[in-house]
Structures are given as C-alpha cells and as structure tokens.
Ligand binder design. Structure first.
Ligand SMILES: Nc1ncnc2c1ncn2[C@@H]1O[C@H](COP(=O)(O)OP(=O)(O)OP(=O)(O)O)[C@@H](O)[C@H]1O
Ligand SMILES: [Mg+2]
Length: 618
C-alpha cells in the first residue's frame, strides 16, 4: 500500500509503456466482457445491431454487380434502339440503394439508443460500485484517478467498441464479396488491394496506444483541473477566494494545465494525421493504377464496359473495406484500452466487508444503551508508518456518558471511525454488546451507533430532508423530524425560515437559505437524534455553538441520552466535565481516565489542560 501511494505519478512499469502489435490482438480478448456489458444493457438492441451489420455488409457487392448489368443493358439498348432493357436493372439498383438507406438509418437509431442505454448502465455500475467501497479508498489519490477515468473516459467506449466490432464484421463481409468479384478478373489485383492498407494499420495502432498512454499519464493532472474548477465555482470557497484575491492565481494554474494538455494532445494529433495522409495517398495512387489496368483491359476488348465499371468499383471498394477493417481493428483496440480502465475500476473490492453470517446486535431490554469495549486496539492509517492508535483498551458500560479529550491529531476521531467500522483495526478487538463488531451487519451496527462527525455533511436539500435522512424510511414523517429538531435546538432555527421544514438549505438550489455554522450543526445534531441509536457519538458537536446554545444542547443531551451510551468529543472543558467519565488521549493511547473530580485531584495532564483553559477566562 505504501508503495502505491507514493507521490510519483508516472506509471511504474516500463513494460507497460512499449507498444507492440501483439497487444492489438490481445485487446480483442476483452471483447467478450464488453459484449456482456452491452448485452446486459439491452439484449434485443444488441441483436438488431448485429443483424443490420450483416445485411449492410452484403449490399455493396449486390449494388456493384447490378451496376454492371445496368451499363451492359444500356449498351444493349443503344444497339437495339430501345429503352426496354434498362427498366429492370435501374429499378433494382434503386431498390437496393433504398434498402441500404433504410438499413443505415435503422442502424443509427439502434446504435444511438443502445449507446444511451450503455451509458446509463455504466454510470449506475460506477455509482453502485462506489457505494460498496471503503472510506480508505476515498482517501487515496490513485483511486480517484481510476474513478475519474472510469467515469469520464469510458462513457461511450463500450458501445462504440461493440458497434465497431459489428462494423468490422460488416466490412469483412463486404471485403470477401468484393475480393471474390475481383478474382474473376485477376488474382494479383485482389492481392494488391489486400496488402496496401497494412502499414497504415500498424501506424494507426501505435498512435492509439500513445493516446491511451497520454490519458493515463494525464489523469492526476486532469483531476487538478477539476479541483480548481470546483474551488472556483463552489460557494464554500468563494469568500476566501475573494478575500485572499486568489481568483487569478487559480485561473493561472488552470491555464498552465490546460496549455500542457493542449500541447501534449497536439504532439500526438499532428504526426497521426500526417501519417494518415501519407498512407492514404499511397492507396489513392495504387487505386489509380488498378483503374488504369482495368481500363486497358476494356480498351483491348477483353471485358465489357459494364465489367469495367464493376471491377474498378470492386477494387476500390475492396481497398477501402480492407482499410476499414484495419481501422476498425485499431479503433476497437483503442476503445478496449479505455474500456479496460472501467473494468479496472470495477475490480476494486472493499477490504472491510460484512460477515457472511451476521449476528443481530444483542439489545438489552432493561437498558437503552449498549456497552462497548476496546481491547488492545492498534491502528495505522494505510500509507502511514506511525500508528495512530497504540494498544488502546477501555470499557464503557451501557448508559454511561464519556468525554474524549486530547490535542488535535491525538486520535479521537479515529477511535470513532474504528467503532463504526469505517476502518478495521490492525490489532485487537472492538466489542459492542459483548461481541466483536465484525459479527454485525453494517446496517445493523450503524443503526445502533449514531455519529455526527466534526466534518458532518451539509446537504443541499430541505430542512426536513436534512434531518429525515437520519432515518430514511421516516424522511416524510414530519412528527419525528420535528421531535428530533426540538432535541437539538434546530426547531427554532427552522421555524424561523420562510417555508419552515420545507425550506431549501444551502445556496445551490433555488430559494435556498444559507444557515450559520452553528445552525447547520444543530440540524446535523437533529439528524443524529433521528436515529434511535443506543450509542450516540458526537464529535465536537458544539464547536460552532454559542455558549448559551452549547449549555442548552448539553443539558438537553444529558437528559435525552440518559440511559443511552453517549460519547462526546470536545475541546471545551465546561462541557467535558459533565460526563460520567473522561478519557484523555495522547499519542494514540488513553493516558488518564476518571470523573472530572478524580482527574483534577490527580493533577495530571487533564488538570493541566483544564487549568490552561480556565486561566484564559480569569
Ligand atoms: N484518513 C487519514 N489518513 C491518514 N492519516 C490520517 C487520516 N485521518 C487522520 N489521520 C491522522 O491520524 C491522526 C489522528 O487523527 P484524528 O482525526 O483521529 O485526530 P483527532 O484527535 O480527532 O484530532 P482533532 O481534535 O483535530 O479532531 C492525525 O495525525 C492525522 O494526521
Ligand atoms: Mg477529530
């Protein structure tokens, strides 16, 4: 883990960097899973698209053969001074062209619809996948690169990969049909038409690879651009941007990144197109040669005028179809590279998983609380070398209220993350209700452990929804929402809003009202009260509350949580002292514990910190 989180953003393996032709064919190995993906988006549409491709593959050969008949019957018509012979072939030609148009348009419709379906399907897959992943994934840069690539680069790629495969099928059919026409005249004509596009194919595949490699290199930088975009466009940052006058600074950075991408893109685009020009000119020259040869055959009277037209068209079409096949192969290859990033993302698996046979959290009927215990728990964040928690052991009885104090970075929030299984400890056990929490299903565990983190979420939704999502099934239950709001003191805030509980909070959406920091905190607290939690944890819930509000919340909190197990984390000793017991955390361990009186008498770290704060108010 440590190695993968290194700041070096270049891909680690050099073998990954080189292009080889074999890779192109290996890319086709991913076709089956891409096919499954598209198939699961819509089976009937995939079938129709396949059928249309086969039919459309046959029409050019039919059309070319009819052309011969048309021209020859025109000549016969001239000879016998009658227009009778031309009606049928011309009619046929018309019919074939019309049918071809119908097929082409039907193809476009189905392809577009299927594309949209696949797009929706993959977006949902990405969201659902994200929903299963660990918090630690979201704290990892490499993960964001993959997520970003999967979400933005692969949108249309799976379906274009499939339609290109069908296209490939179609062109192959056309090619075989045309070659068999050409063989009637001369085998070497067929051969020339066949060999010509190969070098162009190799060059084009190479550039596909360069493009893909560039995309991977750029992913971290592209995220920087997105980030700047967010910083510049979201209300949270706007105050600072104005006051620190950061607008031009960020725009400057943005321009820098943008320019780099432009230059990098140009480095590939220009040689790619020049290459293309070179090879397509060669094809044009060779086709003219074939044309000349066939024309000479006609002049020498070896073939009819109709045949002249048939063979020249067949040779040109054979050339373009083979070119088309090779382009198709390199397109499929290019798309496969991109689609692989989607599959790579989908391969992420959470390491923190619920048990196969979950046990119900044992609820004690005689108590509203649950007891909990940390047994010799150690934990180091992924990618870090220093442990954040070292051999922490403590017990909290059901119904007890505990305050955690300690300096910034001591590990208080980390304790809570472990307790809710956002992370699993490296060593030791955490027990709730006498059992290791690994035995409980996530939903069950998190139903009984209600937490409001210090960086709680401010949802840009209505006040009712902001509170109601604490228990989603009751989001429309205004009575419960109101009751929770009154517990946290949010009721006064919300009732003062124009539309009460239906008022939109935040500035993002129409008619939204922005709340103050403390008001938001009350709303978040109310959300915690929506949960019928037996262990209620508030991580610095009052940091933004004014002293009066803090006092109110805490007296109410003590009252409301009586019987429940309550843990609160605070830097204010005026509230900390209300707890039954206080734990002092330092350097990842609990160094002191006891009631306020006991700890003051002990005259240790707690007393020192308490006096430090008290002094400031004297
Ligand atoms: N996601 C993370 N990845 C790596 N290290 C982390 C992560 N979160 C926290 N840390 C580190 O773990 C240590 C403990 O952090 P924690 O958030 O538990 O502190 P805290 O006691 O809650 O501090 P505060 O009073 O500032 O909230 C800190 O040194 C912090 O840098
Ligand atoms: Mg914290």
């Amino acid at each position: 883990m440590a190695a993968t989180r290194s700041s070096n953003s270049k891909p680690t393996k050099t073998s990954e960097e080189k292009f080889s032709l074999a890779q192109v064919f290996v890319a086709f190995a991913s076709l089956p899973r891409v096919f499954r993906l598209v198939w699961s988006a819509s089976a009937p549409m995939t079938l129709i698209l396949g059928g249309l491709s086969i039919l459309r593959g046959l029409t050019p050969a039919v059309s070319v053969s009819i052309t011969q008949v048309v021209i020859d019957s025109v000549i016969r018509g001239i000879r016998i001074h009658s227009i009778a012979p031309i009606w049928l072939p011309v009619g046929l030609q018309l019919a074939v062209s019309l049918v071809d148009r119908v097929f082409a348009n039907a193809n476009n419709i189905v392809q577009q619809l299927l594309q949209d379906k696949v797009l929706n399907h993959t977006q949902l897959m990405i969201l659902r996948k994200t929903n299963t992943l660990d918090l630690s994934s979201f704290e990892n840069a490499e993960f964001y690169d993959k997520l970003q690539q999967a979400a933005t680069q692969t949108n249309y790629k799976p379906v274009s990969m499939i339609s290109q495969t069908f296209e490939l099928m179609r062109t192959t059919i056309t090619l075989v049909a045309m070659l068999s026409l050409l063989l009637q005249l001369s085998w070497w004509l067929a051969l020339v038409a066949f060999i010509l596009p190969i070098p162009s194919f190799i060059a084009s595949s190479k550039y596909s690879w360069y493009g893909y490699r560039l995309m991977r290199h750029e992913a971290p930088e592209r995220r920087k651009m997105l980030y700047i975009n967010k910083v510049m466009t979201v209300d949270d940052y706007n105050k600072e941007i104005k006051l620190f006058n950061l607008g031009n600074f960020f725009i400057g950075r943005y321009i820098g990144l943008m320019t780099n991408f432009y230059e990098d893109g140009k480095k590939i685009l220009v040689p790619r197109q020049l290459n293309n020009l070179l090879w397509s000119s060669l094809t044009v020259i060779a086709n003219s040669g074939i044309y000349l040869y066939v024309a000479l055959q006609a002049v020498l009277g070896r073939i009819s005028l109709g045949a002249l037209s048939k063979y020249t068209q067949a040779s040109i079409q054979a050339g373009t179809s083979f070119q088309g096949i090779l382009d198709g192969v390199s397109n499929v290859y290019e798309n496969a590279l991109f689609v692989n990033t989607l599959f790579e993302f989908l391969q992420y698996v959470p390491t923190i998983v619920p048990p196969e046979k979950p046990v119900k959290v044992p609820i004690q009927e005689d108590s509203n609380g649950l007891d909990l215990e940390f047994r010799d728990v150690s934990f180091t964040y992924p990618g870090k070398t220093e442990p954040t928690l070292r051999h922490v052991s403590f017990t909290v009885r059901a119904g007890e209220s505990i305050a955690l104090v300690g300096r910034n970075g001591a590990g208080k929030t980390t304790l809570v993350k472990l307790l809710t299984r956002l992370y699993d400890p490296d060593e030791g056990e955490i027990l709730i209700g006498g059992l290791n929490i690994r035995n409980y299903d996530f939903a069950d565990l998190r139903q009984y452990v209600g937490v409001i983190f210090q960086d709680f979420a401010k949802y840009q939704m209505t006040a009712r929804e902001n509170i109601g999502i604490g228990r989603v099934v009751d989001i429309d239950n205004l009575e419960d929402v109101k009751a929770s709001a009154s517990k946290s003191g949010a009721d006064e805030v919300i009732e003062g809003l124009d539309e009460g509980y239906e008022s939109m909070l935040g500035h993002w959406f129409k008619d939204g009202t922005q709340l103050s920091g403390g008001e938001w905190q009350k709303v978040a607290l109310a959300r915690a009260f929506m949960r019928d939690a037996r262990i209620l944890i508030l991580d610095e819930p009052t940091s933004a509350l004014d002293p009066q509000a803090e006092y109110d919340v805490f007296t109410r909190f003590r009252h409301l949580t009586s019987g429940k197990t309550a843990i609160f984390i605070s830097h204010r000793f005026s509230t900390v002292r209300l707890a039954d017991r206080i734990f002092v955390i330092e350097h990842g361990d609990i160094i002191e514990s006891g009631s306020h009186q006991e700890l003051m008498q002990r005259d240790g770290r707690y007393a020192e910190l308490f006096n430090l704060q008290a002094q400031a108010y004297r």
